[in-house]
Structure formats: C-alpha cells, structure tokens
Design a protein around this ligand. Structure first.
Ligand code: ACO
Length: 351
C-alpha cells in the first residue's frame, strides 16, 4: 500500500496587500521587495473573522469533496501551523469542530514545524496509511501571519515576506501501480534555532538558549511569566530572522534533500516532472532550480502572488499547479522544504 493524494484544496483570503500598501506602514519599496524576494503582493486574512482554522476548513472542504468523501469519513487530522488560533488546544480539534465532525473515532494531531510542516505532516500520514491504521487522513497547512508581524521599520525585513492562506489534502491508501508517495526524507539541526524564530510569548522565563544576541536579556526581572510587560514594551513579541544565514543555508539544504530522496528511490533529477518547493523566497527557488538544472516548466513558483505562507505554501502551490493542469496522473512530483529549526525535508510521489 502506498499513500495517494485523493483530493486537494486551497484557500486564500480575498484581501490583497500590495508592496505599495506596505510602504504606508514601514520604510520599504516595491523595488526592494521584488528584487530581494520576488514578492509582488500577498493576502491578509480578515482580522476578526478569519483564522488559521477557518481558512483550513475552507481548503479542507474542497479537498474532501474532490476526494469523494465526507468529513465524517475522516479518521485522522494533521494540522501544521506556526500561527495557531490558540496557544492550546491546537488547531486540529478546532478544525474537527469547524468541519462539523461529531464522531470521536478520529485523532487530531498538531505539528509545529513551520515551513517544513506540510512535508513533516505528509511523512507522518504516510506511515499511518502504510501501516493500515488510517484510510482517510486530512493534512492541512494554514497560517495567519498578518496578526503576528512587526509593521514598524524594525520588522520590515521579515514582515514584507509573509502572507496568509491555507492548503489541504486528503490522503488515502492506493495499490495502483505508479501512484503514491515513494519516500519522504526529514532532517533537523537545532544549532540555529533562534536565527529564524519567535521566542515570545514562551516559557523560557528569562533563561535563554543562546538568544542574548537578539536582545533578549538574561536578567529579565519580569521573567517567570508567559507574557511580560517588558516583552510588550521592548517589542519582543515578533519574529526575527537572520536573513542571510537563512538564505545561505536554504540554498544548500534544498538541493541536498531533493537529491537524497531521488537517490533513495533510484531516480535521477531528470525524472522529476514537477518540483514544488516551499515558497520561501523566489531567489531561493531560482537558485535551487539552477542547481538542479530544471527548466521553468518543471518548477512551481507562486510566491509572487501570495508571499511566504509557511506551512501552507506547499499545498497551495501544489493545488494551484494541479488546478492549472500542470500536474497530471502518474507525474513524478517532488516537494521540498526548508525553514525554522532549522528543519528541512523532501517528499517524492507519483500523482
Ligand atoms: N525594505 C527596504 N529595505 C530593507 C528592508 C525592506 N523590507 N528590509 C531590510 N532592508 C534594508 C536593511 O535595513 C539594509 O539596509 P542598510 O544597508 O542601510 O543596513 C539593507 O536593506 C540590506 O539588508 P540585508 O538584511 O543585508 O538584506 P539582504 O540582502 O540580506 O536581504 C533578505 C534580506 C531578503 C531577507 C535576504 O537575506 C533573504 O532573502 N534571506 C532569506 C530569508 C528568507 O527568504 N526567508 C524566508 C522566510 S524563512 C523560510 O521560509 C525558510
């Protein structure tokens, strides 16, 4: 038995935020953003009515319908996000409720692997399906970054990159020749955990694992609270990123992990019909494309329209490519991701 994508869906909020709009909030420009990231616009969720869970539900309903099942047929939910509705419980159970699933013979798992969340989730789902434990798994990636960004000049390097959205797949077993997941490869290296991170609010309580250089002092008198006044006063409730380190590491790890998956499967890069990289930055994807020697028609880039949607970026890009007829039955599709942690991974599958 292999794991197949039986249905796929995506949801992007309707509000388009152009680079020009961002220039009203911070000192940036359309030219700077396009030159460094390739991003022209992104979507922001409606502040009061849309959450990662509601966006995920919209994407999931499409995936469920395309899989030809109902929400009640699901036996497991995996939800990947770094911007959950609540600190706890996770979005998995919220999505179960949002989809109107009342049965309790279902599991809900939340994973927090940031940009690699979808690839990690697919790997987990693949094991459950291959073992025969589950037959209908809903895997979603959804993010509402717009609520957690720093719109001051200080945050501009990070803020311009991110957007909101959701993507979902329904995974099922298949015994059809030439269909399904071939392998997944997962990696991590915690050495640089704080280089692409949002460490507050959190339970570290003034005990920092190497974060002094980001201005989080060890002698925080306020420590011991999950959220402190100091965090608010000193603008410490925002993500930070050492952009150049992320760039340099990503352009090495993406090709490495793609080649590792290919080698394990006894395949060559020429066999890839479509590479769907996590939409981190157009410059990163272009670099990876060049190293892999792939023509334009074999790579999906839609970061120009949606920005970086972290855990949602791969299912959104995969869905769009499939909807546009760029992915057909039997195609060898490669998913690859790199992100916060650092974690990175790849998945090879026949559509
Ligand atoms: N608008 C205008 N100017 C800006 C902005 C902005 N939004 N952000 C930073 N700048 C300025 C800086 O202040 C700096 O000015 P200075 O020279 O006066 O000091 C100048 O631009 C250059 O800044 P750098 O940080 O050196 O810019 P760099 O060339 O490294 O580009 C970037 C920054 C785009 C973030 C780059 O490092 C990068 O692409 N890194 C990869 C990170 C990434 O793509 N992450 C994706 C999210 S994580 C993931 O998904 C894996």
């Amino acid at each position: 038995m292999r794991t197949k994508i039986a249905g796929i869906g995506k949801y992007l909020p309707s509000r388009v935020v152009t680079n020009e709009e961002l220039t009203h909030y911070m000192d940036t420009s359309n030219e700077w953003i396009i030159e460094r990231t390739g991003i022209e616009e992104r979507r922001y969720a409606e502040r009061h009515t849309e959450t990662p869970t509601t966006m995920a539900a919209n994407a999931a309903k499409i995936a469920i319908e395309r899989a030809g099942i109902t929400a009640e047929d699901l036996d497991f939910i995996i939800f990947a996000t770094l911007s959950p509705d609540y600190y706890f419980p996770g979005c998995g159970v919220l999505l179960q409720r949002e989809l109107g699933i009342t049965k309790t013979e279902i599991g809900a798992l939340d994973i927090r692997n940031q940009c690699t969340g979808f690839v990690y989730g697919l790997s987990i789902a693949d094991q459950f399906i291959k073992s025969g434990m589950y037959k209908n798994i809903l895997l979603v990636g959804a993010e509402k970054h717009s609520m957690g960004l720093d719109y001051s000049d200080e945050g501009r390097q990070v803020t311009v990159i991110f957007g909101d959205g959701a993507g979902a797949v329904v995974l099922q077993p298949t015994d059809k020749e030439g269909q399904g997941v071939i392998n997944t490869v997962l990696h991590s290296d915690g050495t640089h955990a704080e280089e692409l991170a949002m460490i507050n609010p959190g339970s570290h309580s003034g005990y920092h694992l190497g974060t002094e250089k980001f201005g989080y002092p060890n002698d925080d008198k306020d420590g011991g609270l999950f959220v402190t006044q100091k965090m608010v006063d000193d603008n410490m409730l925002v993500p930070n990123m050492t952009g150049q380190l992320v760039f340099k590491t990503a352009v090495v790890k993406f090709p490495e992990v793609i080649k590792e998956g290919l080698e394990k499967a006894g395949l060559k890069k020429e066999d890839i019909d479509m590479l769907v990289p996590h939409q981190a930055n157009l410059r990163i994807s272009q670099f990876v494309q060049k190293v892999m020697g792939l023509p334009d028609e074999k790579i999906v880039n839609n970061i120009q329209k949606y920005g970086n949607t972290t855990a949602a970026s791969i299912p959104i890009a995969l869905c769009e490519a499939w909807e546009n007829g760029r992915i057909k039955d039997g195609d060898l599709v490669c998913l690859a991701a790199f992100g916060s942690g650092f974690t990175w991974g790849s998945a090879l599958l026949h559509w």
